[in-house]
Design a protein around this ligand. Structure first.
Ligand SMILES: Nc1ncnc2c1ncn2[C@@H]1O[C@H](COP(=O)(O)OP(=O)(O)OP(=O)(O)O)[C@@H](O)[C@H]1O
Ligand SMILES: [Mg+2]
Length: 491
């Protein structure tokens, strides 16, 4: 799976998500508020119009009441209405009967006559404390609008009715219209915009501060997970992040203390193994000496005793070998013993080892050889450890190879290193055994004959290679042989 790029990571970050959600909700809320405000502006305009013209109908009544007593369509009434409309052409004037039915209309032909106006609206407006704006359905062109009304008497019989005046309000405006023509709207829009920008800026800053602390905590946890156990976070506040930081610090301190205790335990265990295996040597040497003396003193007829002493000597040498391997493993283990890097010609060491194993190879009928094309090649490594590694590998190879077989120590320069191999044409290792043989105490079925090794040899070689920043690799074909490889730095 490919890792997301820097931009991808930023987009997926908590900060980006919080900022996006916050900005989106801020924009939605601002647009909603603006939309509601524009609508309320329209109502506010009509309310002010109605409030300022509340007594308009009562005032007009003084002009119209006398002509109205002659009838709604009398010349006097038409003349008075005409004069009013000339002074204020924005008005629409109606006379209603007591049930709200329009009995005459002035100014726009006779449009609206016969329609009925809600008396509830008129009564609300005429009440002592009307809740403005009060809307009524406008006769003629329909729709709701603010109005003024006053009770009047009509005709010679003084029938009660109402004078109904529709106040034409040009209050509805688009946002652009408001911006262009209303200084109050402009100020409000500017204030709203500034408030929006300020909230966005403050919100983003706050999120940045919060998520920065969170990121710091995450980074500390990641570094801790990578092995830097000294990581701690200074909790700057007592909020949730502060509490998480404190909990992390406590956890880190506990883990660090436990790791320290484990390391100390491990060190003590290794020291014990090293000391014990070392202390085994002297009694074992003495045991071997006495057993050899006893064996030498036996007459040729004492077959039984000779066999028993042979078994004792055999077991003594197994024990010595185990003690040696354990002591070595304890020493190379986990960087306990510092490496002693020397510069030495590898070919010389290879020949020494071949010489050391010469008699064993001869007895086993195996041809042991060294192939180093350039005998002058020097390596920088711990001589004692590399000696031990090669010894273990050649020992294994000789044990695995049948009489008539070949074992070879091979080395050649490759990409600035010395590539070293120990090659045999012995029994080989199966695919299942191959990854297991470098584990401590693991021995293959063919290798588990009494008197043979401890299962520590390859584990020691692997450890030595690792300490030299190298890696032991094994290539093997069952029945065809094994090749053990590692690399050393050329001096
Ligand atoms: N070249 C090889 N060919 C076949 N088998 C091998 C080879 N090298 C190691 N083995 C097998 O791998 C197992 C582990 O080897 P390792 O060297 O770790 O232990 P060991 O030889 O049993 O004991 P020690 O090396 O301590 O004497 C052994 O059982 C051995 O038989
Ligand atoms: Mg071995």
């Amino acid at each position: 799976m490919s890792r997301p790029g820097r931009a991808g990571r930023l987009f997926r970050s908590l900060y980006a998500r919080l900022a996006l959600v916050y900005l989106a909700s801020l924009i939605v809320m601002s647009l909603g508020t603006a939309w509601i405000a524009v609508g309320q502006f329209d109502h506010l305009g009509r309310e002010w119009l109605q409030r300022s013209q509340l007594n308009l109908a009562s005032n007009l009544k003084h002009v119209l009441e006398a002509p109205l007593s002659a009838g709604v369509d009398s010349a006097g009434t038409n003349e008075a209405a005409k004069r009013i409309m000339t002074i204020n052409p924005a008005l629409s004037l109606y006379v209603l009967d007591a049930h709200g039915k329009v009995i005459d209309a002035y100014g726009h032909g006779k449009c609206g006559v016969g329609q009925t106006i809600s008396l509830t609206a008129i009564h609300e407006l005429l009440s002592a404390m009307p809740m403005l704006p009060v809307y009524a359905t406008v006769p003629c062109h329909g729709g709701k609008n603010v109005f003024s009304a006053a009770p009047v008497t009509i005709g010679p019989a003084h029938t009660p009715g109402y004078l109904f005046v529709v106040l034409e309000a040009k209050t509805h405006m688009s946002m652009v219209g408001m911006w262009q023509t209303s200084s109050i709207s402009r100020s409000l829009l500017i204030a709203g915009g500034v408030a929006l920008l300020l909230s966005a800026g403050l919100g983003l800053l706050l999120f940045a501060l919060l998520t920065r602390r969170f990121s710091r905590l995450t980074r500390a946890v990641q570094r801790f997970a990578r092995g830097d156990y000294s990581q701690r976070i200074e909790p700057v506040a007592d909020d949730e992040i502060g509490q998480a930081s404190r909990a992390f610090n406590e956890l880190a301190a506990t883990i660090e203390a436990q790791l320290g205790a484990l390391r100390e335990n491990d060190r003590q265990r290794r020291e014990l193994v090293a000391n014990l295996s070392h202390d085994f040597r002297t009694p074992l040497t003495s045991l071997r000496g006495y057993a050899q003396q006893l064996r030498a003193g036996l007459s040729s007829t004492e077959h039984n005793q000779r066999e028993q002493l042979d078994a004792i000597l055999n077991n003594v040498s197994r024990l010595s070998h185990l003690a040696d391997q354990l002591s070595l493993l304890a020493r190379v283990d986990v960087s306990e013993r510092p490496l002693r890097i020397d510069t030495f010609p590898f070919a010389e060491l290879a020949h020494d080892i071949a010489g050391k194993f010469g008699p064993q190879a001869h007895d086993a009928g195996v041809a042991l050889s060294v192939e180093c094309a350039d005998t002058t090649l020097q390596v920088a490594a711990d001589l004692e450890m590399i000696d031990r590694a090669l010894t273990n590998l050649v020992d294994n190879a000789l044990r695995a190879t049948a009489p008539g077989g070949r074992v070879q120590i091979r080395a050649h320069a490759e990409a600035g290193d010395l590539a070293v191999s120990v090659i045999d044409d012995g029994v080989g290792l199966s695919a299942e055994e191959l990854p297991l043989v470098t584990q401590r105490f693991y021995r293959t079925a063919s290798g588990r004959t009494p008197g043979d090794g401890t299962g520590l040899g390859l584990a020691i070689v692997a450890e030595i290679c690792e300490r030299h920043d190298s890696r032991l690799t094994l290539v093997s074909t069952p029945g065809a042989g094994t090749q053990a490889n590692f690399r050393l730095a050329l001096a």
